[in-house]
Design a protein around this ligand. Structure first.
Ligand SMILES: Cc1cc2nc3c(=O)[nH]c(=O)nc-3n(C[C@H](O)[C@H](O)[C@H](O)COP(=O)(O)O)c2cc1C
Length: 379
């Protein structure tokens, strides 16, 4: 997330100081946090195989709120860990639930490679209210089915990323956007734009929304509290948002980069970090978004299923995808941006934009950390 360029700017003295005496420390990389991405070894149990892929699903702030219980007859019950929600930026657990849709759909894609159909029964014990509760969100049933073909999206599960980088100044062909939009998940509409005039207006809203989130103390603090700075912190807590690389290690070692400095809106690292994020969000060669007819729990779950398929298909097509969710968040300071983005994206009446993303050509990036599958099981 923090680029070499930004950190060198104005902070070169600190880097030189560290470089002289502690090269071994600044070269450290996480040792265990990325291991869940290594899925080459076969696993006999189809459920465990599907779940070890499902934990690689995109999910807000990488909270990985999955609580999993293996049940009789080849089933899995999926619940939400209440401590892994995002109350400041996601007060109704809408985004967290989108992550569960992505998780279950990824389990389905993975199960297809083993000749299994995945029946997903969402909310078997009733719909949650304003917050998710301890009821089952999805009951998964793995069924051997000779009619099930391998889902081609399975080939890119471990290559999928959320790409937080500026995109190349290269047009995204309309034909590719149309292929992405053709993903059929019932109840979810996918729209897109590569029209520079329309994108300029949208960009203004997404930049404003990010600035509001960063400058609202409680919403910014939610991200700062989840920041893992450097390899040791990432290995210790392989979730949340992470900063890694030699410059990050060096600045952390020098005491220049830490949670306090990032939380302080007057600090140099905060201002530089904000500028960098705005440059990334402003890099908008094309946009793609998901809309549902309303905003009930099944709408949100279906949006997550569609986002997962979209993220995988974009990967297969050589495109990078980066959700920008700030203007879709439901807290008072965001109300004006929320309304403006919905209008700009053509949502009418009760329609709700569930996900908005930048899409384009960009650099290859490494995977985000994950807790091991075993950590998610509950009796
Ligand atoms: C509902 C939802 C909202 C998200 N919003 C954002 C966002 O606003 N900005 C961002 O950088 N990533 C966003 N993400 C991406 C997650 O942060 C990302 O999936 C997670 O950190 C894991 O990284 P990975 O997708 O590379 O595996 C969102 C993901 C989901 C499912």
């Amino acid at each position: 997330m923090a680029s070499r360029r930004t950190i060198i700017l104005g902070l070169g003295g600190a880097v030189a100081l560290v470089g002289a005496g502690a090269t071994w420390r600044v070269m450290r990389v996480p040792q265990t946090a990325m291991r869940p991405w290594q899925v080459a070894e076969p696993v006999a149990d189809v459920r465990l195989d599907a779940l070890r892929h499902a934990i690689l699903a995109p999910n807000p702030h990488n909270r990985q709120p999955w609580l999993l219980t293996l049940t009789e007859g080849n089933g899995v019950d999926v619940r939400c860990d209440p401590d892994r929600r995002l109350p400041a930026t996601d007060p109704h657990d809408r985004q967290i639930l989108i992550g569960f849709g992505a998780f279950c759909e990824l389990a389905r894609v993975a199960a297809s490679t083993r000749g299994h159909r995945l029946d997903i029964i969402a909310f078997p014990d009733g719909l949650p209210g304003d917050r998710l509760d301890d009821r089952v969100i999805a009951r998964l049933q793995f069924v051997a089915d000779p009619a099930i073909a391998r889902d081609p999206l399975a080939a890119v599960i471990t290559a999928r990323r959320t790409t937080r980088q500026p995109f190349a100044d290269r047009p995204v062909p309309t034909a590719l956007l149309q292929r992405c939009a053709a993903i059929a998940v019932p109840g979810v509409t996918i729209a897109h734009s590569n029209d520079p005039v329309r994108l300029a207006a949208i960009r203004e809203t997404t930049l404003k929304a990010f600035t509001i989130e960063a400058e609202t103390p409680r919403t910014w603090q939610e991200s700062v509290d989840l920041l893992r700075i450097g390899a040791d912190a990432i290995d210790a807590h392989p979730d949340g948002l992470f900063l890694q690389g030699p410059m990050v290690e060096a600045l952390a070692l020098a005491g220049v980069l830490d949670a306090d400095s990032l939380a302080d809106r007057h600090s140099t690292v905060f201002r530089q970090g904000l500028d960098e994020q705005l440059a990334i969000i402003g890099s908008l060669p094309a946009a793609i978004w998901l809309t549902t007819p309303g905003n009930d729990r099944p709408d949100q779950f279906a949006a997550g299923q569609a986002w997962l398929r979209l993220n995988l298909l974009a990967t297969a097509l050589g495109l990078k995808l980066h959700p920008n969710s700030q203007a879709l968040q439901e807290y008072p300071e965001m109300t004006a941006c929320f309304a403006r983005l919905h209008e700009q994206l053509g949502a009418r009446g009760d329609e709700r934009v569930q996900m908005f993303g930048r899409i384009g050509y960009g650099p290859a990036t490494g995977p985000a950390p994950r807790w091991p599958l075993e950590s998610h099981f509950r009796p």
